[in-house]
Design a protein around this ligand. Structure first.
Ligand SMILES: [Ca+2]
Ligand SMILES: [Ca+2]
Ligand SMILES: [Ca+2]
Ligand SMILES: [Ca+2]
Length: 289
């Protein structure tokens, strides 16, 4: 990933896109090949085009409280991200996690196994819990495998549940068609040695209004843009305990649940013809089976 950084920084300065630097790291999001459809079904057969260089796996991950990654037999996982320009204008994700104990239904947030995003589409940072709309200038969205006890969500069996800790008026961002999700997970909490799968797509919003999408500002995705994002996985193994909080950002960026200054820079790459042997993708998939 490092080898492309110099070239990209050059491109970004040419586009004049950067006015704000995060505490977090820099990652790259490739464009979905034009004409290709990613189906939100928790199956990865529609991600075979992905260059493994852009898969965010444990090489890049850190527990954002302890600074240490849990051992592979406690938690292992990766996420792939992709973007589309208008008219689709969405961000796509696929994550597979291996976990020693599946846990869901903790009495307080967050005591589940889950995948969470912080999204600052126009990348201007700042505290997004203050001001006129809590979750307006940036927002949180978490994909849980099942319903949480603590918060009402949107989803169902086979989809998982989208939840956040913003006021209920803000949560339309979690609903179809603005967020579409699918998930695979065991039926019962306490199941051992599980594989959890999260796939989804979502619209980005530069400004969210309580009144809904027509009163809000949809972000228009374009190559060269930097999107502010936090991504983390919760790992609960013992019921009622959060054991690990695994992040794409460094240690001590856990404040990203409230402040977008602690997000990471995710740069939307222009479409490139694939330069990867299909066998490389096979090796990555095999390592998570
Ligand atoms: Ca799929
Ligand atoms: Ca675990
Ligand atoms: Ca913002
Ligand atoms: Ca777990």
């Amino acid at each position: 990933m490092k080898k492309v950084m110099g070239v990209l920084i050059g491109i970004i300065f040419l586009l004049g896109g950067i006015s704000f630097a995060h505490v977090g790291r820099t990652y790259y999001i490739p464009q979905v090949p034009p004409g290709h459809q990613i189906v939100i079904d928790a199956e990865d057969d529609d991600w075979a085009w992905m260059d493994p260089a852009y898969v965010i796996d444990r090489k890049y991950l850190t527990d954002d409280i302890t600074g240490e990654m849990p051992p592979v037999d406690d938690w292992d996982g990766f996420i792939m991200l992709a973007w589309t320009p208008p008219p689709d204008n969405m961000i796509y994700y696929f994550s597979r996690v291996k976990d020693d104990v599946f846990q869901i239904g903790g009495k307080a947030y967050p005591q589940d196994d889950y995948l969470e995003f912080g999204l600052d589409a126009n990348n201007d940072g700042g505290n997004f819990r203050k001001g006129v709309v809590n979750g307006g200038p940036a927002y949180q969205a978490a994909h849980h495998p099942g319903p949480t006890v603590a918060f009402e969500g949107y989803g169902g069996p086979g989809k998982g549940w989208m939840v956040n800790t913003h006021p209920v008026e803000q949560r339309w961002v979690l609903q179809e068609p603005w967020w579409v999700c699918a998930a695979k997970y065991p039926d019962e909490p306490g199941t051992r040695d599980v594989v959890l799968v999260y796939e989804g797509k979502f619209a980005l919003w530069d400004r969210v209004d309580y009144a809904g999408p027509d009163a809000s500002e949809r972000h228009i995705n374009a190559a060269g843009q930097t999107i502010g994002m936090a991504i983390r996985w919760g790992d609960s193994d013992e019921k009622g305990v959060r054991d690990n909080e695994i992040s794409i950002g460094p240690k001590d960026t856990w404040q990203n649940w409230t402040d977008a200054d602690y997000f990471n820079d995710l740069i939307l790459l222009p479409y490139e013809a694939p330069a990867v042997e299909p066998s490389s993708w096979g090796a990555i998939k095999a390592s998570f089976r």
